[in-house]
Design a protein around this ligand. Structure first.
Ligand SMILES: [Fe+2]
Length: 647
């Protein structure tokens, strides 16, 4: 038995190529590669210690000489020919390894006083020390893409990168996995003075901690009582590029430009594959050094028009005096100058997709069929619910004007209210409760007018239409009232807008305005107010809260408990987390804060986020997805063909 465990030493050499991104290394030039070491950790227990679950480890090999006794290293910096992006490679050799050594992880120690950016480590087995390590035929590739902070405590200050292969709490690597989890939770955080400016910084700022929304500039905090909200990632935390598209030192500007280029490329260049979706901008130089995507983007931009639109937006924006926007404007102007010098090919047409409606704006905006169609096929289909009881909540009295209006309509269709409910004919989009507490306050804002509202639809089959039959708009008795008890109900005109639409003179119609039938503008205005609520709810709740904000604590919790680079569940979830931290951080800085676009441009103004918080009070994770969401809303008839068989 003992003999079978014996392994021959000195047989195996593993060569490594270590790539360090100098663009992301600190620019003070204080990082000495000789102070950076790599150590290989085996996936299997050390055969020299029978019964032990400890892995065997190679010697620590520094990136440059002097080499240790059982390994060598040399620098072979590679410079990109075209652009000043420097990606030096260090070649290392790990010798005297057991011939069945399988690399499960690497340990990286940085004995410099400053952090450095480790791009990747590639390894391959060889029996020939002078094997051609330029070959791409690697046995193990570690896409580290991370900052490695300096060692203060040699016992704890090291980074571990696991091979991208899923293992369930592998016994051999368990200690290292635990070490990484402690680090990610902030347990190993220590403060040191930086050499650059003698400021205090944390040794390890890749930490996932929860925080409340206390950075929006409001006089209230989102998170906890009285405004519950999902937690967010604590700032100062640097997000792993593997879960976001940005690395250390990125700013909103860089992310914004990244997004802008992504979108423009997407719009202008049909079918082009973006070279590397993880590529990020660490600096303007990096932008200049971008690969095909940047060139492609430049070539395919008829960019003056696009950029003019952006500039217009900025000029009109409330941010026009913001230094960030001023800088961005300058950047765009320089960019435009560059583009003028380039012979640009014609781009494909932009935004050829049209909504599934025909006709003129008049047909789209004032057609009740289209209003009904968009209740399901529009931007916010996640609210409509089968009407199960009548009257809906908070109506204040048993028989309401809304109920009366609905009954009148049903009477014309030979239905009683009970029959219509029983036969699943009635549907409702109800924004009353979501907005009622803030309607009075919103209407105090100059130029704003809103109501708490709900709309009732009749399902007509055939031909399978949702027909709006009544809209209730409600106001509080006074501006401080949290309830909207003054209800007004609007119903469609007996003659539909299509029937009253004037026929133009060139089609034989009269040119005399007196001959044009009048529209019921009360109904049209009621629809517009309702659509305004629909838009606000969609952005503040269905989109931002239910899609973006609620995901953030889930990602933080996953990072703190499942090491995503190792655990199969973590690996499975990882792609769904991509970009969320970045987008949410940008939203906090540009969209939802006190001077952001939403509080300034949305009808609900500064009360927008309180409305969003109000919706979170009743949010349930388990009711968000198919099939429960549809079962709860009893919409199985609509979605069951492509939604779920369970409905
Ligand atoms: Fe979104």
């Amino acid at each position: 038995m003992e003999g079978s465990l014996e392994r021959r030493r000195d047989d195996l050499t593993i060569v490594a190529q270590v790539n360090v991104n100098l663009m992301k290394i600190n620019l003070a030039g204080l990082t000495n590669p000789a102070q950076i070491s790599i150590q290989l950790v085996s996936l299997t227990p050390n055969a020299d210690s029978p019964g032990s679950t400890e892995p065997s480890k190679s010697a620590e090999v520094t990136l440059v000489n002097p080499p240790p006794a059982n390994g060598t290293a040399s620098q072979a910096a590679e410079f990109d020919n075209q652009f000043p992006v420097v990606v030096p490679s260090f070649s290392l050799e790990f010798t005297q390894l057991a011939d069945d050594f399988q690399v499960g992880a690497i340990i990286v120690r940085n004995n410099n006083k400053e952090h450095f950016y480790l791009d990747s480590v590639k390894l391959k087995r060889t029996k020939n020390i002078h094997d051609d390590s330029d070959s791409d035929d690697w046995d193990w590739v570690f896409e580290c893409d991370s900052q490695v902070h300096p060692t203060v405590d040699p016992e704890n200050d090291f980074r571990v990168f696991f091979h991208h292969r899923a293992v369930f709490a592998h016994e051999t690597l368990k200690k290292l996995i635990d070490h990484e989890l402690h680090r990610l939770r902030g347990d190993l955080r220590r403060e040191v003075k930086t050499l650059e400016d003698d400021a205090t910084q944390f040794v390890d700022d890749l930490i996932y901690e929860f925080d409340v929304y206390n950075d929006l500039g409001f006089d209230f905090i989102l998170g906890g009582s009285p405004f519950p909200y999902p937690r967010r990632l604590k700032e100062r935390t640097i997000v792993e590029p593997s879960v976001s598209t940005t690395g250390h030192g990125n700013t909103v500007l860089q992310t914004f430009i990244h997004t802008l280029l992504d979108k423009v490329t997407e719009l202008y260049f049909d079918g082009t594959q973006v070279e590397d979706p993880k590529t990020t901008f660490g600096s303007i130089l990096e932008i200049a050094g971008m690969d095909n995507r940047f060139e492609t983007t430049i070539k395919c931009l008829e960019a003056h028009k696009v950029l003019d639109v952006f500039l217009d937006v900025f000029h009109q924006s409330i941010f026009s005096k913001n230094p960030f926007i001023v800088f961005l404007e300058k950047f765009i102007n320089v960019f435009k100058g560059l583009l003028q010098a380039i012979d640009l090919p014609k781009p494909r047409s932009v935004l050829t997709l049209t909504p599934g409606v025909g006709g003129t704006w008049y047909d789209v905006l004032m057609n009740d069929d289209e209003f009904g169609r968009q209740a399901l096929a529009g931007m916010n289909p996640a609210v409509i619910t089968r009407l199960k009881t009548f009257p809906p909540s908070d109506t204040g009295k048993k028989i309401t004007d809304l109920q009366h209006a609905v009954e009148q309509y049903l009477k014309s269709k030979q239905f009683t209210l009970e029959q219509a409910i029983e036969e699943n004919k009635l549907y409702i989009i109800d924004y009353h409760d979501a907005f009622k507490a803030h309607v009075g306050e919103i209407n105090q804002i100059s130029g704003r007018k809103t109501y708490a509202g709900r709309a009732v639809f009749f399902y007509k089959k055939p031909p399978g239409k949702l027909i709006p039959i009544a809209i209730e708009l409600s106001l509080p008795k006074d501006s401080g009232d949290q309830h909207c008890t003054l209800h007004r109900v609007f119903t469609p005109p007996v003659v539909t807008p299509q029937e009253v639409q004037p026929i133009s003179k060139d089609k034989g119609g009269s040119s005399d305005p007196a001959d044009e039938p009048l529209l019921d503008f009360s109904w049209e205005l009621a629809k517009i107010h309702f659509i305004s609520l629909d838009f606000s709810f969609h952005e503040l709740v269905s989109h931002w809260l239910y899609s973006h904000a609620v995901m953030e604590p889930i990602i933080i919790a996953t990072k703190r408990t499942l090491l995503s680079s190792v655990h199969p569940i973590g690996k499975l979830l990882e792609p769904t987390f991509r970009n969320t931290f970045d987008i949410n951080r940008n939203a906090r800085q540009i969209l939802i804060n006190k001077i952001g676009i939403i509080p300034n441009d949305f009808t609900a103004g500064e009360y927008s986020m309180k409305i969003s918080s109000g919706a979170y009070k009743t949010w349930r994770f388990d009711m968000q997805a198919l099939p429960k969401n549809l079962v709860e809303r009893i919409l199985d008839f609509v979605y069951h063909l492509n939604g779920t068989d369970a409905c």
